[in-house]
Design a protein around this ligand. Structure first.
Ligand code: FAD
Ligand code: EPU
Length: 338
C-alpha cells in the first residue's frame, strides 16, 4: 500500500488545522491493515487511526503514521421477526450508514443523522444526539488487537459505554483498531421524538404521523440550523461535554439564574448544558480573530481560517477557566487532543 511521507493533514481534520504527519497510508482490508502495522517504519513509531477527523484537534505535527480507515461494507448478518442485525465496516461514513438504514426502514439510528465521521469512531465516544446514543442499538464490534494481531469481538458490556465515553477512549486507547460495528435495528421502528424541538420541527414540516425518514429529516434540519458546517467553518462539534454536577451546586447557580438548563442525571446529580454556562459566562461569539466561540452554539469552538491547534487549545483553556470562575463548574473537553 502506498505510504505518503510528510503528509498534510489539513483536509483530513474538520477543524482544518494545518498539521503534518511523518507518514500517511490508507487501508481498506484487514490484511492491508496488518501489513501496514508490520512495516518497520510503522511498527517503530506511534500510529494514529483516523476516520473522518471530526473529533480531533492537532496541537502539533504527528510524529508517526496516520492510518486512514476505509474498511467498506454494510450487510445484514442476522434477522428475526422484529429485528435485523446490520454489520457496517469501520470506514463507512456514519451518515451514509444512517441513510441506508432509513431507506431500508430499519429503525434505531435515525436520531443520529448527520453526525460527521465514520462508523469505526462511533463507539469511541458512544456518539449521541437527540435522545439516542449508539449503545441503545449496539450489538457488538470487532477490533484488531494491535499487540497480538488477533481480531476480538466486544459485546456491549465489554465496551463500557457511558455519556461520550467507552472502554476504547480510556483503558483500550491506542490498543485496538475497530474494524466493524454490528447494530440491532428494529423492523417495526419505535420513534423517539421526545428530545428538544423534534416535535416542533415535525409540526413545521406539517407531519403528524412521522416515519423514521421524517425524524431523520427533522434532525437534519435542526442540526443544519444550529451547528456550523465543517466544510465552511472549521470545528469538531461540541468541544466540551455537558458537565454532571451535584444537585447542590445546580441549586446554588439556579438561585442566581432561574433559567439554568439542567437535566436529571442519576441520584443527587444533574447534567448542565455547557453551552448555556459558556454563553452566560459571556463567551458566546467571543473571537480571537482566526478562531473563537461559535456565535450560534457556544459549545462549539471554530477555526475561521489560519488558527493553529495550540491556539484553539489555549482558547479552550480560557473557556474552562472562565466557566470555573463564574459558576464553580469544571468543564471537560470532549474532543481528542493530540
Ligand atoms: P476521528 O476524529 O477520525 O477520530 C476520533 C478518535 O477516534 C481518534 O482518537 C481516533 O484515533 C479514534 N478512532 C477513529 N476511528 C477508529 C477506529 N476505527 N479504531 C480505533 N480508534 C479509532 N458527536 C456526537 O457524539 N454527537 C453529535 O451530535 C456530534 N455532532 C457533531 C457535529 C459536528 C459539526 C462535528 C464536526 C462533530 C460532531 N460530533 C458529534 C463529533 C464527531 O462527529 C464524532 O465523535 C464522530 O464519531 C467522530 O468520527 P470520526 O471518524 O471523524 O473520528
Ligand atoms: N444552550 C445555550 N446557549 C448555547 C448553546 C446551548 O443556552 O450557546 C442551551 C440551549 O438553549 C438548550 C441547551 O443548552 O437549552 C442544550 O442545547 P442543545 O440542544 O443544542 O444541545 P447541547 O447540549 O448543546 C448536545 C450534544 C450534541 C448533540 C446535541 C443534540 C454534548 C456535549 N453535545 O449539545 O453533540 O448534537 O446535544 O442532542 O452532549 C457533539 O458531541 O459534538 C455534539 C454536537
Amino acid at each position: 500500500m502506498a505510504m505518503q511521507q510528510h503528509a498534510d493533514l489539513t483536509s483530513l481534520n474538520t477543524f482544518g488545522i494545518a498539521a503534518k504527519a511523518d507518514r500517511l497510508a490508507r487501508f481498506d482490508s484487514v490484511d492491508g491493515l496488518r501489513e501496514l502495522l508490520s512495516t518497520p517504519a510503522v511498527s517503530q513509531a506511534p500510529v494514529l487511526i483516523l476516520g473522518g477527523g471530526s473529533n480531533i484537534l492537532f496541537t502539533h505535527d504527528f510524529q508517526g503514521t496516520v492510518l486512514l480507515n476505509e474498511l467498506p461494507g454494510i450487510a445484514v448478518v442476522q434477522e428475526d421477526a422484529d429485528h435485523v442485525w446490520v454489520k457496517a465496516g469501520a470506514g463507512v461514513v456514519w451518515h451514509a450508514f444512517v441513510l441506508e438504514c432509513v431507506a431500508q426502514g430499519w429503525g434505531g439510528v435515525e436520531n443520529l443523522s448527520l453526525i460527521p465521521g465514520k462508523v469505526g469512531a462511533a463507539p469511541m465516544q458512544n456518539i449521541g444526539a437527540y435522545g439516542v446514543e449508539i449503545k441503545d442499538n449496539f450489538s457488538s464490534l470487532e477490533a484488531l488487537d494491535r499487540s497480538s494481531g488477533k481480531v476480538i469481538t466486544f459485546n456491549k458490556e465489554a465496551c463500557r459505554f457511558g455519556y461520550r465515553e467507552s472502554y476504547f477512549k480510556r483503558e483500550g486507547k491506542d490498543r485496538y483498531v475497530i474494524l466493524s460495528v454490528t447494530f440491532r435495528l428494529n423492523k417495526k421502528p419505535v420513534l423517539n421524538t421526545s428530545y428538544g424541538n423534534i416535535h416542533q420541527e415535525l409540526d413545521r414540516m406539517g407531519i403528524s404521523d412521522p416515519t423514521i425518514r421524517d425524524v431523520s429529516d427533522a434532525v437534519i434540519a435542526i442540526r443544519r440550523s444550529k451547528l456550523p458546517d465543517p466544510t465552511l467553518l472549521g470545528n469538531a462539534g461540541s468541544f466540551f461535554k455537558n458537565p454532571v454536577v451535584p444537585e447542590a451546586l445546580a441549586y446554588r447557580i439556579r438561585a442566581e439564574h432561574p433559567d439554568l438548563v439542567a437535566y436529571p442525571a442519576g441520584p443527587g446529580m444533574v447534567k448542565l448544558a455547557a453551552g448555556w454556562l459558556i454563553e452566560r459566562a459571556g463567551l458566546k461569539g467571543y473571537s480571537r480573530g482566526t478562531h473563537g466561540v461559535h456565535d450560534k452554539q457556544a459549545l462549539v469552538l471554530v477555526n475561521r481560517g489560519g488558527a493553529t491547534g495550540s491556539e484553539v487549545f489555549e482558547l479552550s483553556a480560557h473557556v474552562l477557566k472562565t466557566v470555573q470562575e463564574r459558576f464553580g463548574v469544571e468543564l471537560e473537553r470532549e474532543v481528542n487532543i493530540l
